[in-house]
Design a protein around this ligand. Structure first.
Ligand SMILES: N[C@@H](CCC(=O)N[C@@H](CS)C(=O)NCC(=O)O)C(=O)O
Length: 255
């Protein structure tokens, strides 16, 4: 695995009240022990708050191409957006990326599949528009939830189960190659988020995805990550983020 420890610290720019997509980045930063500042979570008089996020997105002259949306990462002069790109970059710098170029492309493939799953999970509670409150699109959400739960959720989790099961190089313990990579952290976060949002439906599907459950448990025990998850740096799941628990959208509890 390539290991280039970076000197200097990373700056993460992400909405300070939610895990959201920023959490995929935070997990890579925390697990690798990288030095970073979660800029928007600093007090405003120390350069924090939402202002710096907006500023960086609007400054097309200094940042080319300027980011369209957070999460955003600053590493020295480099400004990057798109969760999958940021996670890959940090992972390559800190030793959490696969060793070969081909496997790094395969990691992209898996990360973008996670990103697709994130969009679909979000769209269950916001099927009409991200600009409207859930309360303004509850009827449409109630129509969208059943097929997500019965078709998409098992398809995504089943897919990751099959990828782990086929990875003989990793003794069927991780997604890619012989060791855990940042992609395992992303699938961990996806599973945790779906479990929070749809506990009944998740439990039903997870009963048939034992390798995925083992992977999630193993990631959960990684030393730095465990320390992070227990710290107040980990923002609890809530009903402002991507993974929201609205009981009326979940399926019934398995008897
Ligand atoms: N594909 C992008 C999506 C970024 C994104 O949708 N960010 C959300 C927060 S999680 C946002 O603030 N979007 C504002 C917008 O789309 O206008 C990624 O994976 O990073």
């Amino acid at each position: 695995m390539a290991m280039t420890k970076r000197r200097g610290r990373y700056e993460l720019y992400y909405w300070p009240f939610i895990q959201g997509r920023g959490e995929f980045v935070r997990l890579v930063l925390e697990d690798s022990g990288a030095e970073y500042v979660d800029v928007a979570r600093l007090p405003e008089d120390q350069g924090g708050g939402l202002g710096p996020i907006v500023e960086i997105m609007q400054d097309h002259l200094r940042h080319h191409p300027a980011p369209f949306a957070p999460p955003i990462l600053k590493a020295g002069d480099l400004v990057l957006a798109q969760t999958a790109v940021i996670c890959r970059f940090i992972a390559e710098e800190t030793g959490l990326a696969p060793a070969t170029a081909a496997d790094r492309l395969r990691a992209d493939q898996l990360m973008l599949t996670v990103a697709d799953a994130v969009v679909e999970t979000h769209d269950v509670h916001h099927p009409i528009s991200g600009g409207l409150y859930y309360e303004d699109q509850k009827d449409e959400a109630a129509r969208r939830a059943p097929t997500f739960i019965s078709e998409r959720l098992p398809k995504y989790l089943g897919y990751f189960e099959s990828v782990i099961s086929a990875n003989s190089a990793g003794k069927r313990r991780c997604l890619l190659g012989s060791d855990a990579t940042y992609v395992d952290l992303a699938v961990f976060q996806l599973a945790k988020g779906i479990e929070y949002a749809f506990p009944n439906s998740f439990a039903r599907v997870a009963a048939g995805t034992p390798r995925l459950s083992e992977l999630v448990a193993r990631v959960d025990e990684r030393t730095r990550l465990r320390e992070y998850l227990e710290s107040d740096r980990r923002i609890p799941f809530n009903e402002w983020g991507i993974f929201r628990h609205y009981p009326e959208l979940d399926g019934p509890k398995t008897p």
